[in-house]
Design a protein around this ligand. Structure first.
Ligand SMILES: [Zn+2]
Length: 100
């Protein structure tokens, strides 16, 4: 078995880049689908008619999925601590490792 810890700083930066890209994609996707729900509601001629409640449900699901994904993904590659709301974070608050 490959020993993973401690990671070297270069590896941490690489891992962080990957998870940050994933995070940006997740934000874009969540925004897209939430906006899409708005469009679907406003333009029943495009996708057929949906009740406001079912669209609210879908939006709530999207947001819940996004929060769940963020909680799993948005963590320090070194210590695994949640990185908080700062998408452009440079150092981990807990272990102090450089992320970029
Ligand atoms: Zn850390």
């Amino acid at each position: 078995m490959q020993k993973k810890d401690p990671k070297d700083p270069q590896q941490i930066k690489q891992d962080f880049e990957v998870l940050q890209s994933r995070q940006f994609i997740a934000i874009a996707a969540a925004l897209f689908f939430v906006l899409l729900c708005g469009v679907v509601y406003k333009r029943p001629d495009l996708f057929g008619e949906f009740s406001k409640n079912s669209l609210w449900g879908v939006q709530a699901l999207i947001i819940a999925a996004f929060i769940g994904f963020t909680a799993m993904n948005w963590r320090c590659p070194s210590c695994g601590k949640y990185l908080g709301n700062d998408i452009v974070r440079r150092v981990c608050r807990r272990c102090g490792c450089g992320l970029r």
